[in-house]
Design a protein around this ligand. Sequence first.
Ligand code: ADP
Ligand code: MG
Length: 374
Amino acid sequence: MDHRYAFLTEWYDPTAALLRRYQLFYYPKDGSVEMFDVKNQRIFLRRTKYDHLHPEDLFVGNRVNVFSRQLNLIDYGDQYTANKLGSKKERTLAFIKPDVVTKIGDVLESIYASNLIVTKAKMTKLTWSQAADFYVEHQSKPFFNNLVQFVSSGPVVAMELMGDEAMSIWRRLLGPADSAVARKEAPQSVRAQFGTDGIKNVGHGSDSLAAAARELEFFFPSTIGIGPSNTAIYTDCTCCIIKPHAVSEGLTGKILNSISDAGFEISALQMFNVDRANAEEFYEVYKGVVIEYPSMVTELCSGPCMVLEIHGSNTPQSFREFCGPADPEIARHLRPTTLRALYGKDKVKNAVHCTDLPEDGVLEVQYFFKILDG
Ligand code: ADP
Ligand code: MG
C-alpha cells in the first residue's frame, strides 16, 4: 500500500448546522486525497488527485481546503502520521522590537524564506512592568533597565512561529544579540541587516521549549482577555484585511512592505481565525448586493487572516485607491501598481479587503480589535 498520512478532521456543514467528522488521508506520492465519514462509517470521497493540498499544510491545528470544504485538522489519525509529521514541529515566540516594527515586512519575508509560518501575530505596546516581567530572567544584568525601557518605548509585534525546529531556526535567523557582532559573524542574519546595537537588535526569540511555552502564554494567553492589548486607536482609520489565501501563499511580508513603502501607517496588526458566523456578519452589507458574497464569506473563514488598522487623515479614500479595483484582472490593466494588481488572483481571492465607505472605517476596525479580540 502507498504510504499515506491520516488526520481526524472536522467540517462545519452550514446547511445542516452540524459539525461533521472525517478522516482525511493524503498520499504524498501522487498528491491524492481520500475522505472517510466517521459517523456513517463509509467512504465520503474516493481517492482523488488534488493539487491544492501540500504536505506543509498538514499539521494539527491548521485548517485546509479540500474541494471547497474547510477542514479543521484536529488530530493525527495514526501513530505513523504523528511520528512523521508531528515530531519536529515546534512553536516558538518571536517578537519584533520597536526599532524595526516599520520593517516588519522584511522580517516576515526572511521568516517565510526559512520555511517557518506565522500562526499568531499581534501588535502591542508593553508597559514598563510588562516588559520587566517578560525579561525577568535578565533582571540582575547591567543592561536590564535599558532593555526594558527600550522594548516598552513603542509598539512591538509578537508572533507565534511554527515549523520544523522553529525555535533554533528563528534564533539563527536573528543572529548574535549584538548587531555589530552579527554583521561580522552572520551577515545574512536579520540583526546584521536591520539591527543597530545590542539593545536595538530587531527582535527576540525563545531560547528553549520551556521558554517558548512561557513566552507564548505571556503574549497569547489561553485565558481570554488577560494578555497585552492591541494598539488600535479607532480614529482617522481604515480597515485592511490580508485575506487567508494571501497569508497562506506567504505574501504577508510583501504586502506589508508595499503598504509601508506607499507611506501608510500601520497602527494595529493582528491575525484572526474568523469563523463563518463572524465572516457573514462582517460582510453583511454585501449580502444580496454583490454576487460574490457567499464566496467572500468562505474565503474569509478559510484560514488565518491578518487585520490592519491603517491610520492617517484621508486614509480611507487614499488607501482604497491604493488597494485598486476589486477585480485583479481589471486592476492589472488599469492600476498595475495597486495591491490587488500585484497580489490578487480573482475577484474573491483579491489579496486584501479594505473599507469601502470612509464612515465605516472605525466600525470595521472595531469589529476586529474590540469585538473579536476578546
Ligand atoms: P537573545 O536576545 O539573543 O536571546 P539574551 O537572552 O542573552 O540574547 O539577551 C536578551 C536581550 O538583552 C538581547 O536581545 C539584547 O537586546 C540584550 N542584551 C544581551 N546582552 C547584552 C549586552 N551585553 N549588552 C547590551 N544588551 C544586551
Ligand atoms: Mg534570550
